[in-house]
Write a protein that binds this ligand. Structure first.
Ligand code: GN1
Ligand code: MG
Length: 372
């Protein structure tokens, strides 16, 4: 079966009629595979995103889609009540003929949602206004979900941001050394292990009751926002697979890791990698404008640490995957995960140099926003 024949078959299972007139692959995500499709039926064109979910990463499709459908319905209700354009501001999934929001074809799980027109995404951001608006969007997303019943959400990936556990998995992978790569990575491995204690701060604050658990997105990479082509405003947060109870520091932190970096996530020229303080400031402004009033002081004081933590955790995850033989993240060449780990370590070093300044920026902007 060709790709198009498969897409036609899958779309048929979701009741999509007509002729497939266009299809293309989206290459952005490291986990799922996404296809854009256009169908013509009765003279009308309809556009969909068809997604093959990575079932190695997401083990329970019922739990995964129950979370997503329930969260998107909750968002739709709020957006509708506020008079917002919910069709563009939240994802709308199609139900398959089996009554579920996914369809299994062999081992693969498929889902479909309506394509949102006239939007774009960014993998790298060097525009302060756009990045400030990204902060506003993720802050707003957090606010919209602030009264969502978190206890009803299933853990789609257990211990997703349990950084200490991620370090144990790295240590295991290093000692098992199944693909004999450990000797290549001793420098990176030791660098990360030296920071073990600092990596436990986030969860220990939670355990001590100093920061609250919230409903968080947990994958706030900058390419997970759709920007409107006309207004350049962030209109919709996507990639909802990891919405689970978590810390506000994760969502703030992962956007900084991915968006305030002056280079790509897998840049190999270390001299290009740094944390941009102007971009950091812009994001912080947008984020705190949306949610400063809902955050506790202890959370505010640890937002910059959240950027450190997410960068550290990403380096740990990429290095672990390299040691395990690239079983989790999609790669484009054999050393890709090692390059990603090296690049995140370079960013981490720069964040460490700038952490005091980053904390000052957060506190200054927080004072401004709460005094308004
Ligand atoms: C993955 O699928 P994507 O590319 O949006 C990963 C994130 C990582 C990110 C690193 C479910 O996100 O946790 O931070 O790659 N998603 C999952 O680029 O593991
Ligand atoms: Mg994504």
């Amino acid at each position: 079966m060709t790709d198009n024949q498969l897409l036609i078959k899958i779309c048929g299972k979701f009741g999509i009629e007509g002729e497939l007139v266009e299809s293309k692959v989206f290459t952005d995500g490291h986990i799922n595979s996404t296809y854009y499709t256009e169908f013509k039926h009765d003279g009308k064109t309809k556009k969909y995103l068809v997604q093959k979910v990575n079932t190695h990463v997401f083990r329970n499709q019922d739990d995964l889609m129950n979370n997503i459908i329930s969260v998107t319905k909750f968002l739709k209700k709020k957006l509708k009540a506020a008079g917002a354009d919910y069709k563009r501001e939240t994802l709308r999934f199609l139900k398959a003929e089996n009554g579920k929001y996914f369809y299994m074809e062999g081992e693969d799980s498929w889902r479909i949602y309506h394509y949102i027109d006239n939007v774009y995404t960014c993998n790298i951001i060097d525009n302060k206004e756009l990045f400030e608006d990204s902060g506003r969007s993720f802050g707003r997303f957090q606010m919209l979900l602030s009264d969502y019943p978190g206890e009803t959400l299933k853990e789609t990936i257990p211990d997703f941001h349990n950084t200490p556990k991620r370090i144990s998995v790295l240590e295991e992978a290093f000692s098992e050394d199944v693909v004999e790569r450990a000797k290549e990575v001793t420098k990176e491995f030791e660098f990360l292990l030296d920071r073990k204690e600092k990596a436990g701060i986030g969860l220990s604050l939670l355990e001590k009751g100093e920061i609250p658990i919230r409903v968080t997105h947990n994958d706030t990479k900058i390419n997970n926002i759709l920007f409107d082509e006309k207004t350049n405003k962030g209109i919709c947060v996507i990639d909802l697979d990891t919405i689970m109870p978590g810390l506000s520091l994760y969502d703030f932190g992962d956007s900084i890791r991915s968006g305030a970096n002056t280079a790509a996530e897998d840049e190999t020229d270390i001299s290009k990698i740094s944390v941009s303080l102007p971009l950091f400031e812009s994001y912080t402004k947008g984020f705190l404008e949306s949610c400063a009033k809902a955050l506790t002081m202890a959370e505010v004081e640890h937002l910059a640490y959240g950027a450190w933590l997410m960068t550290f955790e990403s380096a740990v995850r990429f290095l672990t995957d390299y040691l395990k033989g690239d079983v989790y993240f999609k790669i484009k060449y054999p050393q890709h995960n090692l390059d990603r780990a090296g690049s995140q370590i370079a960013l981490l070093k720069d964040i460490e140099k700038n952490l005091d300044k980053m904390n000052e920026i957060v506190l200054r902007i927080y004072e401004e926003k709460v005094s308004k």
